[in-house]
Design a protein around this ligand. Structure first.
Ligand SMILES: [Zn+2]
Ligand SMILES: [Zn+2]
Length: 83
């Protein structure tokens, strides 16, 4: 029985299940200690995350997208005011 778990696991949305991501140098010309690859900060190299964490990640992405859209709208509004 696998119903002892009350959490479902999903493929990590940050690294697509690889467990590693490009380091923040972008991989090529890496100047950090990671040689272009860093352990995924979301799944810590597991390649999968709990459903709760998955949902949280998606929510954060949505919030970021929304903040970004709001910031763009504000810039647009300011541009139009100055015309
Ligand atoms: Zn690096
Ligand atoms: Zn991951």
């Amino acid at each position: 029985m696998c119903e002892d778990f009350d959490e479902d696991f999903c493929q990590c949305p940050r690294c697509s299940g690889w467990g590693e991501i490009d380091c923040h140098c972008g991989g090529d010309l890496c100047v950090c200690e990671n040689y272009g690859q860093a352990s995924c900060p979301l799944c810590h190299g597991e390649g999968e995350v709990s459903e709760a964490l998955y949902e949280k990640y998606l929510e954060t992405q949505r919030e970021n997208a929304q903040l970004f859209a709001e910031a763009c709208a504000k810039i647009e509004a300011e541009k139009q005011q100055s015309n």
